[in-house]
Ligand binder design. Structure first.
Ligand code: FAD
Ligand code: DHB
Length: 392
């Protein structure tokens, strides 16, 4: 097979890129190691910045998001036994976020890809990328016992943190920046109504908790947990009890419990690999960087990379200019590092750290108090939470 772009990975980054390229008349194939059902069963992010929503519209797949997604004009910070609302809309001059699950967004993109009859390969084994430092890159894989080869102009490595693309770059060509946090998040999805109309981020002496949602009848909650914890060890009753303990009285009272639909644990990590391009191989999304989920930035950052990458490829084929390709890594990384900073900051502000001591705790309290009483501090958090504007 011969295409212009070989996209490795059918997560949000790969699928969104595929759709934007298709709209521009650029031929791409998506190669994914898992099955479609496996990809759709993963419960991950839930908050879309305006730029991510705009990209879904540009890709022609925003219709259901507009119909079913919930627009949120604020978030709540719970600490010291009380809830404090941050009015994102007012603080940012009219911007908001939308609650729309990554699963739904992935489904919309997959369906649009299928409806357009675009080539995708699922359950591709032994995916390998070759010759990307020259002008004839290739991707090979096995499927149904046969070996396949895709020849292309460029490879888009959208294969997530554990993917093959970043791992194929010679180690000396990469600079890695990393911070591993001494805790994880335990997430539970349940068909119970959310505790509030908006998300509640709670700083509590027993550890961080987050009350989120997927719809007016489906809630998504998270608890800070220790790294050696396991989702299977938590009964539903134990999860709800612990969540209730970490909330202020008003929120705890509004908590409706029920059987969980899904329970999973994720370790928290900050990670950036620089640069994001090696010859004809471009990394996008989690393949290049990871943020701890506290700032709700992971999925949005993947979308932001894809915006730059799709523009670079369109410029290359339509205008015969390689300027976007040359600038890709530097442009992405400026945004990536700001999201890394914000995600690290939200994580530091809201979690209990084993070594933080009384001093660290007092500093958190002071900062939270500052945030809800200072227009300038609140505006800074709000601007980052709804998503920084593009600078190009
Ligand atoms: P991915 O979604 O990881 O997609 C990569 C795709 O590549 C996958 O389908 C994978 O199967 C495929 N792949 C991997 N290796 C290969 C290979 N060798 N060959 C072919 N295909 C391959 N963000 C938030 O904002 N909030 C959250 O609550 C949140 N929770 C998360 C929970 C978990 C468990 C994880 C892992 C991430 C979470 N994130 C969260 C982050 C967010 O989901 C990611 O930032 C987002 O999925 C990035 O999209 P992506 O397309 O870059 O990568
Ligand atoms: C969700 C996840 C996040 O990490 C976050 O900050 C907000 C919401 C969610 O899954 O709903």
């Amino acid at each position: 097979m011969r295409v212009q772009i070989a996209i490795v990975g059918s997560g949000p980054a790969g699928l969104l890129l595929g759709q934007l390229l298709h709209r521009a008349g650029i031929a791409a194939v998506v190669i994914e190691q898992r099955s479609k059902d496996h990809v759709l069963a993963r419960i991950r992010a839930g908050i879309l910045e305006q730029i991510s929503q705009d990209l879904l519209d540009a890709a022609g797949v925003g219709e259901r998001m507009h119909r079913e997604g919930l627009v949120h004009h604020g978030i709540e910070l719970a600490f010291g036994g009380r809830r404090h609302r941050l009015d994102l809309y007012r603080l940012t001059g009219g911007r908001a976020v939308r609650v729309y699950g990554q699963t739904e967004l992935t489904r919309d993109l997959m369906e649009a890809r299928e409806a357009a009859g675009l080539p995708s390969v699922y359950q591709a084994a032994e995916v390998r990328v070759h010759d990307f430092d020259g002008e004839r890159p290739r991707v090979t894989f096995r499927r149904d016992g046969q070996r396949h080869e895709v020849r292309c102009d460029f490879i888009a490595g959208c294969d997530g943190y554990h993917g093959v693309c970043r791992a194929s770059v010679p180690a000396g060509a990469l600079r890695i920046y990393e911070r591993v946090y001494p805790f994880g998040w335990l997430g539970v999805l349940a068909d119970t109504p959310p505790v509030s109309d908006e998300l509640v981020y709670s700083n509590h002496e027993r550890g961080f908790a987050l009350c989120s949602m997927r719809s007016p009848t489906r809630s998504r909650h998270y608890l800070q947990c220790s790294l050696d914890d396991r989702a299977e060890r938590w009964s539903d009753a134990a999860f709800w009890d612990e969540l209730r303990r970490r909330l202020d009285a008003e929120t705890a009272q509004a908590l409706v419990t029920g059987a969980s639909i899904e329970k999973s644990m994720v370790p928290l990590r900050s990670f950036v690999a620089e640069p994001m391009r090696f010859g004809c191989l471009f990394l996008a999304g989690d393949a290049a960087h990871i943020v701890p989920p506290t700032g709700a930035k992971g999925l949005n950052l993947a979308a932001s990379d894809v915006r730059y990458l799709s523009r670079a490829f369109i410029e290359y084929y339509r205008d015969h200019s390689a300027a976007g390709i040359a600038d890709y890594s530097a442009k992405c990384l400026r945004r990536v590092w700001k999201a890394e900073r914000f995600s690290w900051h939200m994580t530091s502000l809201l979690h209990r750290f084993p070594d933080q001591g009384e001093f660290g705790h007092k500093i958190q309290e002071a900062e939270l108090d500052y945030l809800v009483h200072s227009q300038a501090a609140a505006a800074s958090l709000a601007e980052n939470y709804v998503g920084l504007p593009f600078e190009d």
